[in-house]
Design a protein around this ligand. Structure first.
Ligand code: AMP
Ligand code: GLY
Length: 419
């Protein structure tokens, strides 16, 4: 039996664990959460110390380490474990810069003719203020480093500007991640997340998805890590997917290879589609959350096999099979998220959800034998069905079975995709 060590503790990792278990893989997870631990085994790890992780992998004969969150990649986990001949699904620290360093990502795109928003960089507060004086609404302010999906501000009025300025400079919320701040043009259009699994040369696209990033209905409120997602996104057909692979994904992969910085693992393209024009909003170096819950819920091919082939450089001519349904994921989050919120809220999952739906845990934990909340995004429900409309109806029928104190969810996930 193949063995995987999965690192992470969110809904994305729960979906990965669920899929791997269905494929008959022996999954260990650290740190995990109560939902993941229904699919995976405990490790004896006490921390994310790389040396400890290495010892665990060697002692358990782990075949593949699967990395959820970007922080591990930024800290160089793939480089470290590879020294001990441990296979890691995820890029090197240097290749992960496509996500962790937005100035690097912009340079790769510029050098390889990939469309993205025009950007200028402010190295300090004075430069930032000088640049802002020259801008007209709308524009976008982003911190250059990692910010858990919360470091981007779309600015359409002075209140929004004040909020961004306060977070970044007055309150210094992002610390070193805001050493450089990007001010870039606003891109019009509809967003989609495309996951591509690559061995550095060859690339296999998964189903395009759409993430709902704003906290409230009708795309109102602050940006979050994602409040829901569906797949396949109806705005990208096979023809368009081919064009995106040829004009965006392969140029970036070839550009990184030419720089002697090949990207192996999962490349997440955050796309903006405006008629025939497709631009990149951002790249990530890992699975997205909650898109993964929808995409993997429909995947028929073995994710283990594809990840292992990405590591071994064997992805040529491989394609990935999905069933023909739609999957919709809705997140339940703590009131106040993405700002401050309480933890320890009671969660009741006593009522049954149906067989075409699944609960993926994110911020949950057991306390005195009771399941309680332990984060902003608490859990998600994913449902699949033949049409997008049926999948939407199913997920919102099932979500009524879950009761969480002081929590909320969006009512409009995937609805704009229904024709
Ligand atoms: P990012 O941190 O780059 O993923 O940005 C988070 C979200 O902010 C994106 O998913 C978009 O919804 C929005 N956003 C970021 N950059 C732009 C842009 N240049 N134009 C329009 N929206 C943007
Ligand atoms: N859902 C957005 C992300 O994972 O970055």
């Amino acid at each position: 039996m193949n063995k995987v060590l999965l690192l992470g503790q969110g809904g994305r990792e729960h979906a990965i664990a669920y899929k791997l278990k269905k494929e008959g893989i022996d999954v260990y997870c650290y740190p995990g959460n109560p939902g993941i631990m229904n699919e995976a085994k405990e490790t004896y790890l006490k921390s994310s110390d790389f040396n400890e992780i290495k010892d665990f992998c060697l002692s358990k004969y782990i075949d593949l380490v699967v990395v959820g969150p970007e922080q591990y990649l930024n800290d160089g986990i793939a480089d470290y474990l590879n020294q001990y001949n441990i296979d890691v699904f995820g890029p090197s620290k240097n290749a992960a810069r496509i996500e962790t360093d937005k100035s690097y990502a912009k340079r790769i795109m510029e050098n390889n003719n990939v469309k993205t928003a025009k950007a200028v960089f402010a190295e300090n507060e004075q430069m930032f203020k000088d640049i802002i004086k020259t801008r007209k609404y709308p524009y976008v302010i982003k911190v250059s480093g990692l910010a858990a999906g919360k470091g981007a501000y779309v600015i359409t009025n002075s209140n929004e500007y004040e909020k961004a300025y306060n977070d970044i400079y007055a309150e210094n919320k992002f610390k070193q991640a805001a050493n450089r701040v990007i001010i870039e043009d606003f891109l019009e259009g509809e967003e989609s997340s495309l996951f591509v699994i690559t061995d550095g040369k060859n690339a296999v696209p998964l189903l395009p998805a759409q993430d709902y990033k704003r906290a409230y209905n009708e795309d109102k409120g602050p940006n979050t890590g994602g409040m829901g997602a569906y797949a396949p996104f109806t705005g990208i057909n096979e023809n368009k997917l081919g064009i995106i692979m040829e004009t965006i994904i392969f140029p970036v992969l070839r550009g990184m290879e030419k720089d002697e910085n090949p990207f192996k693992g999962l490349l997440y393209a955050g796309l903006m589609l405006d008629g025939d024009k497709t631009s990149i909003v951002e790249f990530n170096a890992r699975f997205g959350d909650p898109e993964t819950q929808s995409v993997l819920f429909l995947m028929e091919s073995s994710i283990y096999d594809i990840m292992k082939k990405s590591v071994n450089g064997n992805l040529k001519d491989l394609c990935c099979k999905f069933n023909n349904e739609y999957a919709v994921t809705v997140i339940i989050a703590a009131n106040g998220y993405p700002s401050s919120y309480n933890k320890g809220m009671n969660i009741s999952l006593d009522n049954k959800i149906d067989e075409k739906s699944y609960i993926f845990h994110a911020g949950t934990k057991m306390e005195n034998n009771k399941l309680v909340s332990n984060g902003g995004r608490i859990l998600s429900i994913t449902s699949k069905d033949n049409t997008l409309e049926q999948a939407v109806n199913r997920v919102y029928n099932n979500i009524k079975q879950v009761n969480i104190e002081n929590a909320f969810y969006r009512n409009d996930i995937a609805k704009k995709g229904i024709k």
